[in-house]
Design a binder for this molecule. Structure first.
Ligand SMILES: Nc1ncnc2c1ncn2[C@@H]1O[C@H](COP(=O)(O)OP(=O)(O)OP(=O)(O)O)[C@@H](O)[C@H]1O
Length: 661
């Protein structure tokens, strides 16, 4: 076990006497009351005396250490702090001096490692290659840029593969569809493009991960693909490598005449990658910058919340591989700034999240309603760690004779993550969090909450307690989000409080601990959230505060914990039994289970789901032992999908209930 795993394993907020699942006994017991037979449950006081005055109900700024709004600058006591300003988005008004615990989000030094974070290219112009007489002429090597893109060996800011990287080889892989190409074992057999191989070496990737072993030959053979693989298992390379290798070998497509306007060039990308959030789009763009180093391919990124003018200028400089959030891309298409007629590859990353976020109309417009080549004339690739049924239905419209690839069971968590579930009532969460943070050390900790307001409140609270915390959520400006992420990556702030906006895809080295201060209401979100740690064969810990308000995901959690060989706490088992009993007396069905959400590692084309056509495949291979499933209707039992209307990727759109993101 790692140190952190041991620390969390030994961590018990219930004190020595807590053994029963009775809810009155598994409430939080403050440290100074543990071991005492008070019989009663200690509640944090909301008053100003006593050490334990940090109950959740306490209004911000009144009981955290006695600070009151307007009662003098907090900086004089605690150093710079994160305080909500007059705006609803929360802003940093860090003071100076103090005891040094504070964190100034506006410190420009946080940006030092992430200069490319933002719009467009930033690839050190002049180092790009050229396409001459049917051949790629690689650009000049540039040591400074290489360091910036790839880091140096043992750089803590670069994620290196961990001790369990080789265990990925043991993960069962299923690939179904007609004539599935054989997997590869090495990046060199069959050969990826030479320049790409050089860049893969610079990234210190010695061999492909399982998803890459399969996706590279499948895509290289011209097939459409739906790929499901665990979080942190290299899906980004899984689509970038084959797409770029082909682009490096075959060169640019001819640009149509009408695109040659001197003043405002239209972009004609050949590869389009759609992603749900700005941060994920930016991260994919950063990866694309690495692997297109010295090549003719110019990557570009566009997303909402950043000035569109800058992005349009970047497109003017070239845009062969475009990473985009759907809302901003729709905008650019309407303005006639981008044409999709040259698209060879369409990638939908975290496709299920894009649907959850209400992007389906934009996605359908982009794919079917403008000028993108039809199904069969382009290659379409979908990647995620979770694949609910409605995504498989979208696949029916967008993909052609595709290969369905599942690496491990879809929606499962990585064995590299130690999962711990603690029973904590809402009002005890602040105390429990402080306990947990003091019991653990090292690395970066990502703390998930359900609402933007809560993210601000908790961040304020942590800073008042002298922790180096910052926040990321949909109400913060793009610049604030970027600074928060940069500070977290650099370790300047070692705690990042986040809403679901940070749950998907983000790959931040050295995140050793994920804490679900609030558990999500959807079990897929749990899988993605905890997947921010334990990546690329590294180990990590995920701790979740559970209480009766999370009953709807009990069964899903038990399945996930059991499957990943994790301890299932007794209270979860009891709650599951109770909810089973009450369902049977009520005669109801469903209820938050994982299997019965119609979720699965199976290819729905083969299993004859009533609502899904099953005619175009026929490998005859069985796809494993998935349970009874729930048919189409099971999905989204856990929450009201309308509530997720707020679109964090495109601040221009205001929709739905915005309190989550
Ligand atoms: N072949 C490889 N060898 C070593 N490390 C790799 C390899 N491929 C990818 N990685 C690293 O593994 C980490 C996770 O990769 P990536 O972000 O693509 O995972 P993912 O499967 O997309 O995760 P998520 O489901 O969370 O989006 C990254 O830091 C990446 O650089």
């Amino acid at each position: 076990m790692t140190d952190l795993t041991e620390q969390v394993h030994d961590f018990n907020i219930q004190g020595e006497n807590a053994t029963s699942a009775n809810s009155s006994q598994h409430s939080y017991v403050p440290p100074h009351m543990r071991g005492k037979s008070s019989g009663g449950k200690m509640r944090p006081s909301n008053g100003s005396n006593g050490s334990n005055n940090y109950g959740r109900r306490a209004p911000l700024g009144e009981s955290y250490g006695g600070y009151r709004d307007g009662g003098g600058p907090p900086s004089s006591r605690r150093g710079g702090s994160y305080f909500r300003g007059g705006s609803s988005s929360g802003s940093f008004r860090g003071g100076g001096g103090g005891r040094g615990g504070g964190f100034f989000d506006r410190d420009s030094s946080f940006m030092s490692r992430d200069r490319g974070f933002g719009t467009g290219g930033g690839l050190g112009r002049g180092t790009g290659g050229r396409w001459v007489d049917g051949k790629q002429i690689p650009g000049q090597k540039n040591e400074r840029l290489e360091k910036e893109l790839f880091g140096v060996a043992d750089d803590p800011h670069v994620l290196s593969s961990g001790i369990n990287f080789d265990h990925y080889d043991d993960i069962p892989v299923e690939a179904s569809g007609t004539k599935v190409p054989d997997p590869i074992d090495k990046f060199t057999a069959p050969q990826l493009d030479d320049l790409l191989l050089e860049n893969i070496n610079l990234a210190r990737f010695s061999k492909p991960t399982p998803v890459q072993k399969y996706s590279i030959p499948i895509i290289a053979n011209g097939r459409d693909l739906m790929a499901c693989a665990q979080t942190g298992s290299g899906k980004t390379g899984g689509f970038l490598f084959p797409v770029l290798s082909e682009a490096f070998k075959s060169g640019p497509s001819p640009t149509p005449e009408q695109g040659r306007n001197f003043y405002s060039k239209k972009g004609y990308p050949t590869s389009l990658i759609l992603a749900p959030t700005r941060e994920l789009a930016t991260q994919i763009f950063e990866e694309a910058k690495k692997f297109t180093y010295r090549s003719w391919v110019k990557p570009c990124v566009v997303y909402g919340g950043a000035p569109i003018g800058n992005q349009m200028r970047e497109i003017d400089h070239g845009c062969d591989l475009l990473v985009a959030t759907p809302g901003r891309l729709s905008d650019l298409l309407e303005r006639g700034k981008i044409s999709l007629q040259n698209i060879k590859y369409l990638v939908l990353d975290e496709a299920d999240r894009m649907l959850d976020m209400g992007f389906e109309p934009q996605i359908r417009h982009i794919v079917e309603g403008v000028d993108m080549p039809q199904v069969g004339e382009r290659q379409t690739l979908m990647f995620s760690a979770t694949f609910p049924i409605d995504i498989q239905q979208l696949a029916r419209d967008f993909l052609n004779d595709y290969v369905f690839l599942s690496v491990g069971r879809v929606g499962s968590t990585s064995d590299n993550i130690t999962q711990k579930i603690l029973y904590v009532e809402d009002q005890d969460k602040y105390s429990a969090l402080l306990d947990l943070l003091s019991a653990t050390s090292d690395g970066l900790t990502l703390i998930f909450v359900e609402t933007k307001r809560m993210a601000d409140q908790l961040t304020d609270f942590l800073i008042m307690q002298n922790f180096r915390a910052t926040a990321i959520h949909g109400d913060r400006t793009q610049a604030e989000r970027e600074r928060a992420l940069s500070a977290f990556k650099a370790g300047t702030a070692n705690l990042l409080v986040a809403t679901a906006v940070a749950a998907r895809g983000l790959d931040i080295p050295n995140v050793t601990h994920v804490i679900n201060f609030d558990l999500p209401s959807d079990i897929d979100d749990y899988v993605h959230r905890i997947g921010r740690t334990g990546r690329a064969g590294n180990t990590g810990v995920a701790t979740s505060f559970f209480n009766a308000g999370n009953q709807n995901i009990v069964r899903g959690m038990i399945e996930i914990l059991t499957e990943a060989n994790q301890e299932v706490p007794d209270f979860l088992k009891e709650l599951s039994r109770d909810s089973g009993r009450s369902r049977s007396t009520r005669g109801g069905g469903g209820g938050g289970g994982y299997s019965n959400r119609g979720h699965g590692s199976r290819d729905y084309r083969k299993h004859g789901n009533g609502s899904f056509g099953s005619s175009n495949v026929g490998s005859g291979r069985s796809n494993g032992s998935w349970g009874s499933g729930g048919g189409g209707g099971g999905f989204r039992g856990g929450y009201d999908s309308n509530s997720w209307g707020n679109n964090s990727a495109d601040s221009g759109r205001s929709s739905g209930n915005s309190s989550w993101w």
